[in-house]
Design a binder for this molecule. Structure first.
Ligand code: LLP
Length: 426
């Protein structure tokens, strides 16, 4: 469910006309709908009404200040994985007690900052990390709240690059080691064991892997309590897939997912923490780009657009499907042809869609690459010296530039020519 719809034959973001917006801000740009973001958070939150939950939005999906403030204002916490995300969360006014720190490679500096902020918990992923956190907390005369991320060796049945719960993945502490490592943690002076964490992957489209993982998690909580650990929360991670328009991939509805978990976790007697990213931000955003040329190759027809893989890498990196909607609506009866939608970057991997059935397009047309709100802007780069693109947030009939397009000057002036190449320098 999202608020991008046609009105009088033109695609709107809520009540904002995208054709006019494109004239104002130029193309390409990301456009997000605040109402959609809010709706997703609320629906998920309300599905757990009456239960003690903390929903920590996984900022890596989209960490723009305006996006995280929208969610923080509704009561969301944040799942952060770097000093940068921690600082972004602080800047948006998220209180420490609603921050979860995840990730396999936290540095001493990141640990110290998070301890000073009084974050809710660290998801610790290895014994050496635990030892380091204990030391850093000791130096600051603090006790670090910790849940151990456990690797349940469950196949999330998602793309290999975003599957994280198999024994061969770099994530978490092996399930069979869990009890032993909890004992070590409990004996450390500056560690306070508070919970258990699992996150088995992203864009998961079936309930079964979640159920398998969470039933192992329940068993572990029982064993840990029997060993005398007090478990105040379980972190069930993120990972719920969303529909991208590919008929072969239909994920569970968020409410169905929530209800299933609610039932499975009803009597666990502790707080439930979630780390959803994509489910919140994914279909709250689109990438608007303009067709530069239509090119007929020997065997294929290409729509060459002004956005590239540097702006949205998902199609090429994960073979991800994104629906393509023309901003000017075409009737259902219009003849569709197979086309590749490609960018200007000098790589064959620079595509948004391949052999996709699309209505006729011509140079100058605007198209929307749908469901680009998560892992779009945050994974963009400047390859081919293409500046980072503008981001716009819409609410009702209003819009605001929430990140201006980077200028070429800003891009180039980051480079430094060493003094020995400069004739003025000795
Ligand atoms: N928690 C942890 C520890 C994570 O590593 C992630 C995502 C999440 C939560 C949020 O997962 P979500 O609810 O968004 O599935 N760039 C990839 C996805 C990478 C996911 C990385 N970790 C993509 O565009 O498909």
């Amino acid at each position: 469910m999202h608020y991008f719809n046609y009105k009088n034959g033109l695609l709107q973001a809520e009540q904002v006309d995208l054709t006019q917006l494109a004239e104002q801000v130029g193309t390409p740009f990301y456009c997000y709908s605040q109402r959609t973001l809010e709706r997703h958070y609320r629906v998920f939150n309300e599905a757990f009404r009456g239960m003690d939950t903390l929903i920590c939005y996984a900022m890596k999906a989209n960490s723009n200040q305006a996006i995280i403030k929208t969610l923080a204002d509704l009561g969301a916490g944040m799942d952060v994985v770097s000093e940068g995300e921690l600082r972004r969360a602080m800047r948006a006014g998220v209180p420490g007690r609603r921050i979860m720190f995840s990730g396999v490679g936290k540095t001493e500096r990141e640990m110290a900052l998070a301890l000073k902020m009084g974050i809710y918990c660290f998801n610790v992923e290895s014994e050496p990390e635990l030892a380091q956190l204990n030391r850093v907390a000791g130096e600051l005369d603090k006790k670090a709240p910790v849940s151990l991320r456990i690797n349940p060796d469950v196949d999330a049945r998602t793309h290999a690059k975003i599957s994280t719960g198999k024994a061969d993945d770099k994530f978490g502490i092996p399930y069979l080691d869990a009890v032993r490592v909890y004992k070590i943690a409990a004996d450390l002076e500056h560690i306070n064991v508070t919970g258990v964490d699992m996150h088995i992957g992203s864009q998961i489209t079936q309930m079964q892997p979640f159920l398998d993982a969470f039933s192992l998690l329940r068993e572990l909580v029982r064993d840990l309590r029997a060993e005398g650990h007090s478990i105040a929360h379980v972190d069930l991670g993120g990972g719920l897939g969303i529909p991208y328009g590919d008929e072969n991939e239909i994920p569970p509805d968020p409410v169905e997912y929530a209800e299933t978990i609610r039932t499975a976790m009803q009597d666990i007697d502790c707080r439930l923490v979630f780390e959803p990213g994509r489910m919140i931000a994914g279909n709250a955003g689109i990438l608007v780009t303009r067709v530069l040329y239509i090119k007929q190759g020997e065997n294929r027809r290409f729509a060459i657009v002004d956005a590239g893989m540097n702006d949205l890498v998902r199609p090429t990196l994960y073979e991800a499907w994104h629906d393509i909607w023309p901003v000017r609506e075409r009737g259902k009866e219009v003849q569709r042809t197979r086309m590749d939608v490609v960018g200007p970057v000098c790589e064959t991997g620079d595509f948004f869609a391949r052999e996709r059935l699309l209505p006729p397009l011509e140079a100058g047309d605007l198209i929307a690459v749908m469901t680009a709100g998560a892992y779009g802007a945050t994974q963009s780069g400047t390859y081919n010296s293409r500046p980072l693109i503008a981001e716009v947030l819409v609410k009702d009939d209003r819009h605001a530039l929430i990140r201006p397009r980077q200028t070429l000057d800003e891009l180039i002036r980051l480079d430094v020519v060493p003094c020995w190449m400069d004739s003025k320098c000795e």
